[in-house]
Design a binder for this molecule. Structure first.
Ligand SMILES: Nc1nc2c(ncn2[C@@H]2O[C@H](COP(=O)(O)OP(=O)(O)OP(=O)(O)O)[C@@H](O)[C@H]2O)c(=O)[nH]1
Ligand SMILES: [Mg+2]
Length: 305
């Protein structure tokens, strides 16, 4: 792009840029992405480390196109291969975008926020800091001192308090981002919503329903692979395999008389039908793949590449 924009060139009247949404696990990054887009795209749960892959969410409005990048929560590197994959995935995004949104929580600056801050600083990108979940702050008078504390800690010029879940401040944030995008041609068609395939999104929906139904220890030990997807007599038949690490985990995922798996299937089918706007027949299988979370090679086979 030339240094001096040529405003007679229609391509130069458009704006387009990549906007990374980063932060420690569970601060509400995926919830924010969904509310910035005005539709559910990324999966969310009350358990940390829900998002495992980056996902683009595209928002085209007038002459501006924001390419939001949802990322896995950044945390201290652990010895488990899947955690290393997630942190690597999230931090590598920082060097490939035009703007970074660092999400933190109201009144709770943690060690993990420090870790994120270190990565964000090393990228030298423009950063907007978003303080999320302000609806949970009982004493709103504490917000201003907290913003001052964050500003002193981070040196960030732009700090915005919002509640992604309640859609409070999201519209203002979106407008600020759209105004800040660099000039350039749009990179995606205006009606495209994401870079991900339907298969990927369906696998994620199933994983979300599992995470929401499972207890606290198991969510990180399961992954979903779509094995079959075919249209037959107006119904989309989908078979998916849920991989776990041990026989005991398999029994938990199936539940008493298959009850847990059945409710996961029912919850997932409703969301999948909404996504693909077709009737769906969903079959779920549970298989054991020992140690899949700690093998780089198996992770690759399962789509963590
Ligand atoms: N009260 C409240 N809860 C929120 C808000 N934003 C997100 N949450 C909740 O916080 C939890 C985590 O949200 P996610 O969007 O999955 O968080 P995340 O940062 O994407 O998490 P990871 O993908 O695990 O890193 C969910 O239970 C959300 O409903 C908010 O503004 N207010
Ligand atoms: Mg997430």
């Amino acid at each position: 792009m030339p240094d001096i924009p040529d405003f007679n060139n229609p391509e130069q009247n458009t704006r387009c840029g990549y906007v990374a949404i980063v932060g420690r696990p569970n601060v509400g990054k995926s919830t924010l992405l969904n509310h910035l887009l005005g539709r559910k795209l990324s999966i969310t749960s009350r358990k940390p480390q829900t998002t495992r892959h980056t996902l683009l969410g595209l928002h085209t409005e007038g002459n501006a196109q924001a390419i939001f990048v949802d990322t896995p929560g950044i945390h201290e590197p652990s010895d488990r291969a899947i955690n290393r994959y997630m942190v690597r995935t999230a931090t590598s995004v920082l060097f490939d975008v035009d703007l970074v949104i660092m999400v933190i929580e109201g009144q709770r600056w943690t060690e993990e926020d420090e870790v994120v801050l270190r990565h964000v600083r090393s990228s030298n990108m423009d950063v907007y800091c978003v303080i999320n979940k302000i609806d949970l702050m009982r004493d709103k008078e504490l917000l201003l001192p907290y913003m001052q504390e964050v500003s002193a800690k981070t040196g960030f010029q732009e700090i915005m308090p919002i509640s992604a879940l309640k859609d409070d401040g999201v519209c203002e944030l979106r407008n600020m981002i759209l105004d800040k995008l660099p000039r350039g041609p749009h990179l995606f068609p205006a009606d495209q919503l994401t870079d991900k395939s339907e298969r990927f999104l369906i696998g994620e929906i199933i994983r979300e329903k599992l995470m929401r139904r499972l207890g606290d220890e198991l969510p990180h030990r399961q992954t979903v692979v779509i094995e079959n997807y075919k249209l037959q007599s107006g119904v989309v038949h989908i078979s998916a395999v849920i991989y776990v690490e041990r026989e005991g985990q398999k029994a938990i995922v199936i539940g008493r008389k298959g009850a847990l798996l059945k409710s996961v299937g029912q919850d997932a089918r409703i969301d999948i039908e909404r996504l693909i706007e077709q009737k769906v027949m969903l079959r779920l299988w549970v298989k054991v793949k020992t140690g899949w979370t700690n093998s780089d090679q198996t992770l690759k086979h399962l789509g963590y590449d």
